[in-house]
Ligand binder design. Structure first.
Ligand code: ZN
Length: 168
């Protein structure tokens, strides 16, 4: 069966930064493939466009530029916040560590996930850019399985079973 809208796809892949470092960002192997409902708009369009029509056993390799992925890096998304925000419930030395990810709320109560870039006596510098902002994404992998989505998967908008959502 070929990858098309309303199929459930299992993939293995390596995601590498497409820069001089070529750093491995993510690796998904056969022990725990990436399983998803194809064509419901939850993944990057370019990602799905490159996979459409492939069958189990086929390999793929493609590049998604940052404009078509998570956008450019924005300096405006790097913000200094007063340290007191983090210390409302007491000393926050344990969480205020450079590199830690924290989820804050914007003025509308929406969650905002950011990475701590610097910690000072007065201010904490947070970077709210997506971790992959400004990066071209290099995907290389293989198609493990393609099957038709069940009625309940289509209704829920996600894959069930191994690698998919589990309901209790
Ligand atoms: Zn479900």
């Amino acid at each position: 069966m070929k990858i098309a809208k309303n199929t459930v796809v299992s993939l293995t892949y390596e995601l590498k930064a497409n820069d001089a470092s070529g750093a491995l960002v993510e690796k998904v192997d056969e022990t725990e493939p990436f399983v998803f409902l194809f064509g419901n708009g939850s993944l990057l369009k370019e990602f799905e466009d490159n996979l459409a029509g492939l069958e189990p056993g086929k390999a793929f390799e493609f590049l998604i530029t940052s404009e078509n992925a998570y956008g450019g890096f924005s300096e405006e998304a790097v913000i200094d916040l007063p340290r007191s925000i983090f210390e409302e419930e007491g000393p926050a030395d344990e969480i205020l560590v450079v590199g830690n990810y924290l989820t804050l709320e914007d003025q509308h109560g929406n969650p905002l996930r950011g990475r701590i870039k610097a910690v000072g006596a007065e201010n904490v510098t947070m970077d709210f850019n997506h971790p992959l902002a400004g990066q071209n994404l290099h995907f290389k992998g293989g198609v493990v399985d393609v099957r038709e989505a069940t009625a309940s998967e289509l209704e829920h908008g996600h894959a069930h079973g191994p690698g998919g959502h589990h309901h209790h």
